[in-house]
Write a protein that binds this ligand. Structure first.
Ligand code: ATP
Length: 205
């Protein structure tokens, strides 16, 4: 990654990206424009411990698909900090590692979708996230955002912005299932990603 200039505003968007899809791209672009972010970093998780199933594609393939999806947009970057660290991905570690790479002068905005936000109280060291980033919660179709993110006394220091967002009704699960039943996925993910899925025979069984 190119080193940031002082006082840049940077979105941090973590996910399994198994695979990345148009919903991810739409919310990253929406938040970038809405909050005048200089960049959005897509951080590919090694393994998100709150998910019921491990990712289906290898981290190298998921990372490659993110790179392909964002290729034409210089303000979108891909980070492998979570893959390099390995093991369960905890966002507190992601933010700490990004701070080391980017320095203290940048403002980090952690972007999370409504489903992830509703599990926020279960995150490891959730109450410490605010020392690294402010949180931006973006709506997702059919999911109500519960507020506040942390109940009781714990939410006092957490700065959270709630945005409705573009409400794109797509999920990685849906794409994996469509591909398994040999249905079209091109409508839901960039062409370079659907081509990659086909060429590497991902999500087949
Ligand atoms: P899966 O279906 O495998 O659970 P997913 O589509 O939810 O995957 P993730 O990589 O798990 O994708 O999501 C990364 C982040 O993007 C999470 O914060 C999630 O809430 C958010 N997100 C994913 N899809 C959307 C969408 N369509 N609208 C808003 N937020 C989304």
């Amino acid at each position: 990654m190119t080193p940031p200039t002082e006082s840049e505003k940077i979105g941090v968007f973590g996910g399994t990206f198994d695979p990345i899809h148009n919903g991810h791209l739409a919310i990253a672009e929406f938040v970038r424009l809405k909050l005048s972010l200089d960049k959005v970093i897509f951080v590919v998780a090694s393994d998100q411990w709150l998910r019921k199933h491990p990712p289906e594609a290898l981290s190298a393939d998921r990372f490659k698909m993110v790179e392909l999806a964002i290729k034409s947009r210089p303000y979108f970057l891909a980070s492998d900090v979570d893959i390099v660290r390995q093991g369960h991905t905890y966002t507190i570690d992601t933010l700490r590692d990004l701070r080391v790479q980017l320095g203290d002068s940048v403002a980090l905005k952690l972007i999370i979708g409504a489903d992830a936000a509703n599990l926020f109280h279960k995150w490891k060291y959730a109450e410490k996230i605010h020392s690294y980033a402010t949180v931006v919660v973006v709506g997702r179709p059919t999911m109500k955002i519960k507020t506040p993110l942390l109940g009781g006394d714990l939410n006092t220091d957490i700065e959270v912005k709630y945005l409705e967002g573009p409400m794109v009704d797509v999920s990685a699960t849906m794409i994996r299932n469509l591909n398994k039943s040999e249905k079209q996925i091109e409508e839901f993910t960039p062409e370079a990603v659907s081509d990659y899925i086909k060429s590497k025979q991902l999500y087949r069984k």
